[in-house]
Design a protein around this ligand. Sequence first.
Ligand code: SF4
Length: 381
Amino acid sequence: MAAEGYGRLEAYLRAAEELGYVAHLERALEGRPGVRDIVELYKAPLWLLGGIARAITDGITGRRVGYIVNMIMNYTNICVVGCTFCSFYRKPGAPDAYKLEAREAAGRVVDAWRRFRIRQVLFQGGVDPGIPIEYYEEAFRIIKEETRGEVAIHGLSVVELEWLARVNRMSLRELLARLIEAGLDSVPGAGAEILSDRVRKLISPIKSSADTWITTMETIMDMGIPISTTMMYGHLETLEERARHLLSLLDLQRRKKRIMSFITWNFEPGKSPLGESVPYPAGGTETLRNIAVARIVFRGEIRWIQAGWLTAGVPLGQASLEYGANDWGGTLYGEKVLPEAGVPLPTLVRGRIERLIRDAGYEPVERDNWYRPIAKAAVGA
Ligand code: SF4
């Protein structure tokens, strides 16, 4: 850790001692926090969590903050899973249900590459049992061929993969082998929500159990595919369940070592059924607290933590850099999920993201799908 960061950490640890948090912090900083330690950390003063999380992050990536020029391809909003927190999906046959043809979905990605030089597409939709594996193979092949392999495909959440394997009557390994052959590069962590079966039964009863989510991700990583991880908070979960979620991801990383990043966002009630019982989104301090606690728990073991601007807004995204985030995420051209939940998304082009990061006092670094910096000469305008 850089000397200055280490010095600051010492100062915050002295403050933590006075406030009674030091034992919990020390266990976390030694890489062996228990559930109780994390629950107590969630209750610590925000300034203390932020100071420690930022000092840790300075020791990992300094003042650099990554971002990627990317787009989201929500290829269908048809879904039969029916998560109660979701405002995006439509049942098959609904008047505003849509499904793009594979060629059309791929064409929009290729077009974004031509116009904005995107480096990644987040290829994600609902679970439509009517879509065969050939759909994805065709779309992925077109994207790879027509962008000279310059667009990485970060695609298909655990639930999409599990259903796809089931309806195509193949094992997860067979399915993944074909998707990898067609161009799949990495898998997003969506669908983790909170890795607690109690919560999952309430908010996504048809999705697989927490253990199955973990074993599916293990299989994906065993096949050489890196993943991102997520946590959706601010609904029916307890602090203990958030703590167990973080510990599950830390354990997964220690065993498989292919988790690239962690992204946390608050539940947006929108018009979702869950919104009737949880009508308000969690406040901004919860976003900062979750990012800081995640950094303290993961330290450098999960190196990249995204700023929480997606649901919490751009100003809070800038603030979350002070609380341990070191990646901005992407430009997200084409995102459709959050607008459905009533969250208008600004278009953040490369220059605007760089300015936002600089204004917050950090150094923007454009990266690729694997979080590797892209040389300036290769970036262009
Ligand atoms: S979160 Fe995903 S799986 Fe759940 S209903 Fe929405 S689109 Fe379907």
